[in-house]
Design a protein around this ligand. Structure first.
Ligand code: TGC
Ligand code: FAD
Length: 391
């Protein structure tokens, strides 16, 4: 089925964007129509990540949009980054996942916490898609509370010996390298660059997912892996280091979720005008109009929240709790929009003829990863009361 997507802009938000923003957004939108829409249903049904799109994602600037040009990035601002994530997730959350992991969870820590040698060695190849990375924080026994992680490394003469396991890692099955968060002998968390081919390092794939099926997920297993000392990220340690990467990725997800919601809304709106029941388009019934009116209201509110957050990020003034609020609100909004839109399509809503059910299933992962819905609420709770309700 051809992709007829038309983006809703109820409050003329395009007027707030620069020409460059609009150009980048439209170019990504066109690429999604051309390269993702025709293949995504089959990728999801078959549960395979379409690897052939990697060079194309690189060429549209989706790998490291805000990483400086000198390291191969696109040198763009945060709103451009957000718009790219929005458009990719309009195509599919799994495609956005691949781009946001590569950008915010692999390139960002190397850029921010790495030394110049590491930046020069890895960033251009990650930007061009020649190398794909993944990010290992979550463990089988430690998801929401990564500070208790068990993965650890010991210092030897010219290398470290790494042991442990990570779980639920996007891109792991085919990644060339992993940014792995592990504790040293003093219990301090550090980031290590672990490369495919290092002895004792394996990446088994996680099968039978009902969600994010076009994204490959796997484990990272470390069995006495010898990691050269030059692979430790030297410029930041402690839990704040991985959490800093998550701020950037969560910001991208806040924009991405709007893309998924826009696609569901747009599909339902078109269907409501075309589908005739009781001699009328179903869009003429008040109950269906209520659904559509509430969807566009919530999408518009999310767009405004996210645009302002983008301005704050551009000024380096966005706080982590502000990012949590946007991630939580927008993903929840997108889930509600998807659920209502699916019902509006009746039986057709459950088929792969339309994208809604796929978005709905994907969002079940998006609401959980990068901090669950509940965890982000607790982050807001802590921020406004000063009282920690995690423990
Ligand atoms: P807590 O004691 O509160 O904090 C420890 C230190 O971290 C600081 N901090 C942050 N720093 C930078 N950015 C943030 N967002 C930060 N949030 C907290 C904090 O100030 C403190 O610093 P210091 O100097 O005092 O030591 O730590 P806690 O153990 O109580 O846990 C806090 C909590 C629950 C907020 C945090 O651990 C959390 O966010 N949990 C959720 C875990 C999570 O999001 N995992 C994501 C894994 S990656 C992933 O899902 C990728 S999916 C990718 C895709 O496919 O798109
Ligand atoms: P748990 O932490 O066990 O939480 C279970 C439930 O308990 C949740 O509802 C949670 O909100 C609730 N809960 C936990 N603590 C509290 C509390 N203090 N108060 C109230 N409720 C609480 N991780 C990576 O490191 N890298 C990746 O690339 C990555 N990709 C992923 C891809 C997919 C498809 C998925 C599903 C996950 C991915 N993750 C990744 C892992 C993800 O970040 C974790 O699943 C998430 O952080 C939650 O951890 P958990 O699954 O262990 O749930």
């Amino acid at each position: 089925m051809s992709d007829l997507f038309q983006a809703p802009d109820y409050y003329n938000l395009d007027d707030l964007l620069t020409q460059e923003h609009i150009m980048i957004r439209d170019a990504t939108r066109e690429w999604v129509k051309r390269s993702i829409s025709p293949i995504i249903e089959e990728s999801c049904q078959k549960a395979v990540f379409p690897k052939h799109i990697i060079p194309e994602l690189a060429s549209i600037g989706a790998f490291g949009p805000y990483i400086p040009l000198e390291y191969g990035g696109a040198g763009l601002d945060q709103i451009s980054y957000g718009l790219i994530m929005q458009e990719l997730e309009r195509g599919d959350s799994g495609i956005r996942s691949t781009a946001s992991v590569q950008s915010s969870l692999v390139m960002y820590p190397i850029y921010k916490y790495g030394n110049e040698l590491q930046r020069k060695k890895y960033l251009p190849k990650l930007a061009s898609g020649e190398k794909i990375g993944c990010f290992g924080l979550t463990e089988p026994n430690y998801g929401s509370n990564p500070s208790d992680m068990e993965t650890h490394f010991k210092e030897m003469d010219d290398h470290y010996v790494l042991n442990g396991a990570k779980m639920w890692i996007s891109n792991a099955p085919f990644a060339d390298l992993a940014i792995v968060w592990a504790k040293n002998e003093k219990g301090r968390i550090h980031g290590l660059i672990v490369e495919r081919g290092m002895e004792g390092f394996s990446t088994p794939e996680t099968h039978n997912k009902w969600s994010l099926r076009a994204s490959a997920t796997g484990e990272l297993v470390f069995d006495n892996v010898k990691v050269p000392k030059e692979n430790l990220l030297p410029n930041k340690s402690g839990l704040t280091a991985p959490l800093g990467c998550l701020d950037s990725a969560r910001f991208g997800i806040a924009w991405g979720a709007i893309g998924a919601a826009m696609d569901c809304y747009d599909t339902a709106l078109r269907y409501a005008k075309e589908r005739i029941q009781f001699d009328k388009p179903i869009g003429a019934f008040q109950l269906q109009q209520k659904k559509l009116a509430e969807m566009i209201t919530e999408i518009t509110k999310a767009q405004l929240l996210t645009y302002r957050l983008g301005q704050l990020r551009n000024q380096n003034q966005a706080t982590s709790p502000q990012i949590s609020m946007a991630k939580r609100n927008n993903v929840d909004m997108a889930m509600t929009v998807a659920k209502e839109a699916r019902q509006m399509l009746g039986g057709m809503g459950i088929t792969g003829e339309y994208p809604i059910m796929r978005h709905m299933m994907n969002l079940e992962s998006v609401v959980t990863y990068e901090g669950t819905h509940d965890i982000h609420l607790l982050i807001t709770g802590l921020d406004i009361t000063g009282l920690n309700a995690f423990k």
